[in-house]
Design a protein around this ligand. Structure first.
Ligand SMILES: *Cc1c(COP(=O)(O)O)cnc(C)c1O
Length: 492
């Protein structure tokens, strides 16, 4: 029957629930079967491939007015979206920095959507689980149980949460009521010149402006220079500014460098500054037995941003902000409008979770994290982090063994910066050669890597945040880099 032609009686009541539950059940079984095949065979597919024109054009289709069978809708999704992914679940995806998802987490997202609960707050089980996952994050980092926290969309938002609490705590006035214009001495925040770009956006959104974030130079290993930081703070104080917050990075996005968190914690305490740690890459190293020494001191932070969709491989999105001083956290965001007053019993008798961030309605992000942690246990996640770091160092050794390859930065953890450098190539020509290698690796579907500039030198960048990568994948990357490098160099 063509339902599009069926007239809808004026007073008929409708619903989005299927008319044919049995048919939907059969199709859903197919969806699950396909999903499992998709994951199981991910290694056999290209990492990434560009879309043919007709697939690209399909996204210009107009707003559908009338119904279509769900099976047709699903087929279209299979042919378009599922066939042309970003590729970050592939064993040879090492671009930028992100996790590789996992099936259990995907089931969690499905069940969360089926239950459909709103995590703005309320007295229901999902809200308790949300708090439990925050508590587990505190436990993983050695943060006190009295700290507060919130699950957010990702690391950028987690950093904004921490920096907003820092601003309000250090402003010396009631920023919420009076606004930033009433702050008497302009606030200054500090971080290294390797800081992630989200901090700039945070400063802009907080009304402090990009200039309020002072970038401090780094040492050879790209860690913040503590004596330069001290000098900058003294200079700003003398100039009548108000040093407010220092941001330490546990794992920089360029090279995976770790600032000296113990040193920063001590300096922040001495100078009366808020100590925020951007731990989007490295905070979770706290659960990895061979490498946790790198984040010693993170437990002394006033606030931390971490990113379960990176090294816990939760499906996007989930980040987490932790704040040592629960009261300061609440005081920054809590508002009780008349329509959200709490009651002593019933559905509205629990803590409102929207009091810890900017969102009112919130998705049930905790379930995907909770289910994977329960299934595998945190020790396995710790071992997987150590595994990626060992793989980073293995790749480092492969680069060192090849005369035509050159390391461009020290390999700290799982990020390796290298380039192909034949004799006679330098500057822009060398950059063009390496960029071409990167693009060919992507276009041939072999591997997805990115590029960056470190100490002013352009390089290829491999970030192994991937529980599917095997040593052989890294061997292949080196072989292909050498093959493509030779081929491209001979023609340029
Ligand atoms: C990934 C990352 C961020 C941003 O996190 P998103 O989850 O992408 O929003 C911030 N800081 C660092 C160091 C990161 O690696």
């Amino acid at each position: 029957m063509d339902t599009s032609l069926k007239p809808v009686a004026r007073n008929a009541e409708e619903t989005l629930d299927p008319e044919d539950w049995a048919g939907v059940q059969t199709l859903s079984h197919q969806v699950i079967d396909d999903a499992i095949g998709y994951l199981r065979n991910v290694r056999e597919r290209p990492v990434w491939q560009d879309m043919p024109g007709e697939v690209r054009a399909s996204f210009d289709a107009p707003l559908p007015q009338s119904p279509a069978p769900l099976a047709d809708v699903y087929r279209e999704v299979t042919d378009t979206v599922m066939s042309y992914p970003m590729g970050n679940i592939h064993p040879r995806f090492w671009s930028w920095y992100m996790g590789t998802s996992n099936f259990t987490g995907a089931l969690g997202d499905f069940l969360a959507a089926i239950q459909g609960s709103n995590l703005g707050g309320g007295n229901h089980a999902a809200a308790l689980m949300d708090q439990q996952v925050v508590n587990w994050c505190k436990e993983m980092l050695g943060f006190p149980a009295s700290a507060s926290g919130t699950l957010v969309s990702g690391g950028s938002m987690a950093n904004i949460i921490g920096l907003t609490v820092a601003r309000n705590a250090k402003a010396g006035i009631d920023v919420r009521e009076q606004g930033v214009a009433a702050i008497k001495k302009p606030l200054r925040f500090y971080g290294s010149d390797q800081l992630h770009s989200c901090h700039r956006k945070a400063m802009e959104a907080l009304g402090l402006g990009n200039r309020a974030l002072r970038r401090i130079g780094t040492d050879d290993e790209l860690r913040i220079d503590l004596s330069a930081l001290r000098a900058a703070i003294a200079e700003d104080r003398a100039a009548g500014l108000q040093p407010a917050c220092v941001i330490g990075t546990a794992g920089t996005v360029n090279t995976g460098a770790f600032d000296d968190l113990q040193g920063l914690a001590t300096l922040a305490a001495e100078e009366g500054l808020w100590f925020h740690v951007d731990g989007c890459i490295g905070a979770l190293i706290a659960i990895a037995p061979e490498n946790r020494w790198r984040v010693a001191g993170i437990e002394r932070a006033d606030s931390v941003a971490l990113d379960p969709h990176k090294w816990l491989h939760a499906p996007f999105e989930v980040g987490c902000a932790l704040v040592r001083h629960a009261a300061a956290h609440r005081e920054t965001f809590a508002v009780t409008p008349e329509f959200l007053e709490m009651t002593s019993r019933g559905l509205a008798s629990a803590n409102w979770l929207h009091d810890y961030g900017l969102q009112t309605s919130r998705g049930f992000r905790a379930l995907k994290v909770w289910m994977s942690l329960k299934e595998h246990g945190v020790l396995k996640f710790g071992r997987l982090i150590d595994q990626n770091i060992r793989q980073g160092h293995y790749l480092n050794s492969l680069v060192e063994a090849e005369p035509l390859l050159e390391l461009v930065a020290t390999t700290n953890i799982n990020i390796v910066c290298y380039r192909y450098r034949p004799e006679g190539f330098s500057g822009e020509r060398l950059k063009a050669l390496n960029t071409e290698i990167m693009l060919r690796l992507q276009e041939e579907g072999t591997a997805a890597i990115s590029d960056t500039t470190v100490h002013g030198e352009h390089c290829l960048r491999v970030a192994i945040n991937n529980h599917r990568t095997r040593q052989g994948d890294l061997d292949l990357l080196i072989r292909e880099t050498l093959r493509l490098g030779a081929e491209i160099a001979s023609r340029s």
